[in-house]
Design a protein around this ligand. Structure first.
Ligand code: FNR
Length: 184
């Protein structure tokens, strides 16, 4: 089975370490998964007044989520929480009320930071949000990646053996979780 994974990277930065982390996970998944990177940077700031004429960028994002088997969130930590741009995308895809694109899908959270706690607080905040939008969030393993220069190349190659093995285990568990949830 090749699973279709909708990937939300919570950074818009070209040189994003979280985008690199997502690419690394994609490589480790190999042909077991197809990663689809969701564009969130052009989704308008959510406004409930616009629920009846939903923004096209929001509809595009929701359709991509609906077409996916599972959702992967790769988030930086901004001021000990998740970036606003990511929260805006999640709020948008969960609305209008009763038309939540995430409902019932398997999901997982991962993230990288240059700081010592490797985005742990942002990931914990994100889990709170994702459970509320009815995603089946993988409980374990957690993966808090402290990014040091050269750890992951621009093409997603991981230079450190220990990190590669750890993230391989993470991807394997996420695909197993996806399979398990889709059968449930
Ligand atoms: C940060 N950064 C950061 N790091 C961290 O470990 N904890 C934090 O609370 C914050 N807060 C924070 C706020 C803002 C507004 C910025 C721009 C940055 C640093 C952050 O980890 C670093 O910039 C990463 O490189 C961001 O991820 P991307 O964009 O490289 O994926």
């Amino acid at each position: 089975n090749q699973y279709k994974i909708a990937v939300f990277v919570g950074s818009l930065r070209k040189e994003s370490i979280n985008r690199r982390l997502a690419l690394a996970l994609e490589k480790l998944a190999g042909d077991r998964a197809k990663f689809e990177y969701i564009q969130i940077g052009d989704v308008p700031l959510y406004n409930q007044d616009h629920d009846t004429q939903f923004p096209a960028q929001g509809t595009r994002m929701k359709n991509q989520v609906r077409a996916a088997d599972a959702v992967l969130f790769v988030t930086p930590e901004y001021n000990r929480s998740i970036p606003g741009v990511l929260k805006n995308a999640i709020d948008t895809a969960s609305r209008p009320y009763g038309d939540n694109a995430f409902a019932g899908k398997p999901a997982a959270v991962v993230g990288a930071s240059i700081g010592a706690i490797g985005s742990a607080m942002a990931q914990q905040h994100l889990r709170n949000v994702l459970v509320f939008v009815d995603l089946a969030v993988m409980p374990q393993p957690e993966a808090f990646v402290q990014f040091k220069d050269g750890l992951i190349e621009a093409d997603g190659t991981i230079s450190n053996d220990g990190t590669r093995q750890f993230l391989q285990g993470y991807v394997d568990k996420f695909l197993a979780w996806t399979e398990h949830q889709l059968k449930a």
